[in-house]
Design a protein around this ligand. Structure first.
Ligand code: ZN
Length: 253
C-alpha cells in the first residue's frame, strides 16, 4: 500500500478527550485518515500535557506555548522542554496577538516566545486575531514584530484571517499560512481567495480541533476537500504537498 494520510498541523486535544482519543480524531476529521497531529499548548499546564500526550501516542507531536488570551510564563516553557524527551516537541506556540483583550502584555510574551523559539531552534506558531471594531490589525502588527525580531527557524500564521496584502508580505519573508474549517463556510469569500492565492509550498492545513464548531462541515476532511477543489488538484497530490510543507517547517515531524 502506498496510501498516505494527512498531517494535522494545529490541534488542541487534551486529557478530557484522551479516553476516546481515536473517536475524537475521527470526529475532527470525519473519518479522513490522519497520520500525524501537532497538539498545541495554550498555557504552561496544557503545554506540559501536550508533551506528555505526544510521548504516549505515536501519532502525536507537541508545541509549547502561551496563547495570547491565556496566562503563563515563557520561562516555564523552557523548563518543560528540558524536563522531557523533547524529540517530539516541534514548535513554540501558539503565541501572538488577539485584539479581544489588551495587547501590551501579549506583545511582551510574543517577543519572549520568539527568543525562546530561536534559542531552542524551533519554528513559531502564530495566532493573530483582529476582533470587530478594533483599531489594531493583529496580522499587521504580528508581521511587523516578526520582521523586526525574526523567528529564525520559520513561522506559520495559523487559522489565517484573510488579508491578501498581509499574505504576500508573509510569503515574502518565508512564512507559512495555515487554513482550517472556516474555508468550508458558505460565506467564506475572502478565505477562498486566500486558498487560491497562497503559493503551494507555503500552504498548511489544520483542524484547530476542539475550537472548531463541531459541525460535520468544518472537519479536516471537509477542509481538505475544499482545498483540493479550489486548487484544482487531485487529493493524493495535494496531500503529499501539504505533508511535505508541514515537514519542511516542522523538521521533527
Ligand atoms: Zn489554536
Amino acid at each position: 500500500m502506498n496510501e498516505i494520510s494527512l498531517i494535522d498541523t494545529h490541534t488542541h486535544y487534551n486529557s478530557v478527550v484522551m479516553e476516546n482519543l481515536e473517536d475524537q480524531i475521527k470526529i475532527a476529521n470525519n473519518n479522513l485518515d490522519v497520520s500525524k497531529i501537532i497538539n498545541i499548548g495554550l498555557d504552561n499546564r496544557t503545554s506540559e500535557e501536550a508533551v506528555q500526550i505526544s510521548l504516549n501516542n505515536p501519532k502525536f507531536y507537541s508545541a509549547i506555548g502561551v496563547h495570547p488570551l491565556y496566562n503563563g510564563e515563557i520561562s516555564k516553557l523552557e523548563e518543560i522542554y528540558f524536563k522531557y524527551d523533547n524529540t517530539k516537541i516541534v514548535a513554540v506556540g501558539e503565541t501572538g496577538l488577539d485584539t479581544s483583550q489588551d495587547i501590551s502584555h501579549q506583545i511582551e510574551k510574543l517577543l519572549e516566545s520568539i527568543a525562546l523559539a530561536n534559542k531552542l531552534k524551533l519554528p513559531l506558531i502564530i495566532h493573530a486575531n483582529t476582533t470587530k471594531g478594533s483599531n489594531i490589525n493583529a496580522n499587521k502588527l504580528c508581521l511587523e514584530i516578526i520582521k523586526k525580531y525574526p523567528s529564525k527557524y520559520g513561522f506559520v500564521f495559523h487559522c489565517f484571517q484573510p488579508d491578501l496584502e498581509i499574505l504576500h508580505e508573509i510569503i515574502k519573508i518565508g512564512g507559512y499560512i495555515s487554513v482550517g474549517g472556516n474555508i468550508t463556510k458558505p460565506n467564506a469569500k475572502k478565505s477562498l481567495e486566500v486558498v487560491k492565492t497562497i503559493p503551494i509550498d507555503n500552504f498548511l492545513i489544520e483542524t484547530d480541533y476542539l475550537f472548531l464548531t463541531n459541525t460535520p462541515n468544518e472537519t479536516g476532511k471537509a477542509t481538505f476537500e475544499r482545498i483540493c477543489e479550489l486548487r484544482n488538484t487531485k487529493k493524493l497530490a495535494m496531500m503529499k504537498i501539504l505533508n511535505e510543507n508541514a515537514q519542511r517547517l516542522f523538521p521533527k515531524l
